[in-house]
Design a protein around this ligand. Sequence first.
Ligand SMILES: Cc1cc2nc3c(=O)[nH]c(=O)nc-3n(C[C@H](O)[C@H](O)[C@H](O)COP(=O)(O)OP(=O)(O)OC[C@H]3O[C@@H](n4cnc5c(N)ncnc54)[C@H](O)[C@@H]3O)c2cc1C
Length: 450
Amino acid sequence: MNKFLEQAEYKYRVGMADYVTRPSISIMEFLDGLKLLFESVFRLDMFKSHRAHVQSYFKDPINCELLEWPVLFLGGAPDGVPALYSLMDHASVVLGTWYPEGGMHAIPAAMANLAEELGVDIQLNVEVEKIEVGSNGLAKGVKVKRGKKGSVGASTTLDADVIVGTGDMNWIEQQLLEPKYRRYTEQYWDKRVMSPGSLLYYIGVSKKLPNLKHHNLFFDESLDDHCVEIYDDPAWPKAPLFYACVPSLTDENTAPKGHENLFLLVPLAAGLEDTDKEREKCYNMVMDRLEKRIGEDVRGSVVYKRAWAHREFEDEYHSYKGNAYGLANTLFQTAFFKPSMKSVVPNLHFAGQLTSPGPGVPPSIISGHITADVVDNCSYLRVNGKKTVPKFLYGLFAAIADIFAMTAIEMVAGLDFVSALTFTVSNFLFILFAFVAYMRKLAGFAKKDD
Ligand SMILES: Cc1cc2nc3c(=O)[nH]c(=O)nc-3n(C[C@H](O)[C@H](O)[C@H](O)COP(=O)(O)OP(=O)(O)OC[C@H]3O[C@@H](n4cnc5c(N)ncnc54)[C@H](O)[C@@H]3O)c2cc1C
């Protein structure tokens, strides 16, 4: 175990300190490519499956399943996810599991407080209906509707210099942008391997459940069979693995006195037909096992019960195929192979779980950070500020190298030739525009724009 955790720590340190913070938009980010290739093959285990990796350290089937089960949430069966992700075992086993006082909601609430202190105007219950793009090809604002979901209200436009789309990237690209400004095609999205969806139950129980812990993982059925129903042959599971959480055992504010707050999570294939009948069947299946395990009835004391699955993920978050955790973390959906955080529209960017570095709370927060840096440092496109000729030539070289490299990468990732070519041509035109603007600036023609 110690040896297994040592290599997991190395991956965690390298992954979190370096690779996870790369935007994956420019091939120049990987000028240290040989070091990366060496590390990826020999130390980060990018080309080895998580299952093969675990089995090279452990023989006992229970130990193997214990270490394999968490990758289910990364969007792959253990034999399809790179062994890089054993870094999660360092996070959970060594760094430990932490509970934010007030629950998960306390984290965004604290971030919102800080943002407001810094002068950010946060507007809630506002649905973005369209991204408006001007005749110069730059985004100029967003059309929004205020009010709770489903309410009838007038739409207004908010002007913007730069837009960062942090909702579901498929929805923003395919629904909020006119077709000519979409970087990816419907077929491209359809070929993406999604992480699982989730059937969630939020339950209030009018008694205490001392035989459960805060976190309870039920992998008392076959992990492989459940993986087949999620990835290979999507279907409602016959004997699902599941997670049961009782936060009221740690935080008494999450349930009335003498009650318990119970949360159930069953991973499901994305894109399943989501019916009340299947939900209820699944609920009874997992409750049968939970009650048997703790040796007491729970269903008889349920005073609150709310289900949440694909329909709610689609209605509330516009989640592509009702997914819960974004794209699966397969090798060909990693780094450059992910949907790019840069749009065809130069001042529109993306952040969040469908782009780099990927799904999960920490990566999504890091994604926002990276995008903010990209917006600040669009070096070869920006014509304002102090620039020198060598710097510009380097930028131009980087831009051209990027166009070829990124187009090839996007074709490997599944974008068709015409779309990849269209993107290449539009990039060329944009660089030409930047080049002309820059030359005008150098020649002193554009001084009044400074
Ligand atoms: C049940 C569950 C358990 C999870 N457990 C873990 C875990 O243990 N650890 C972990 O790291 N990760 C976990 N995750 C994953 C993690 O929650 C996500 O990867 C992360 O929250 C994604 O963040 P995001 O900012 O990309 O998207 P979101 O958090 O979905 O935020 C996007 C927001 O944009 C809004 N939006 C979308 N479209 C529009 C529009 N047109 N106009 C206005 N607003 C819009 C949505 O309503 C949403 O509020 C879990 C996810 C689920 C569902």
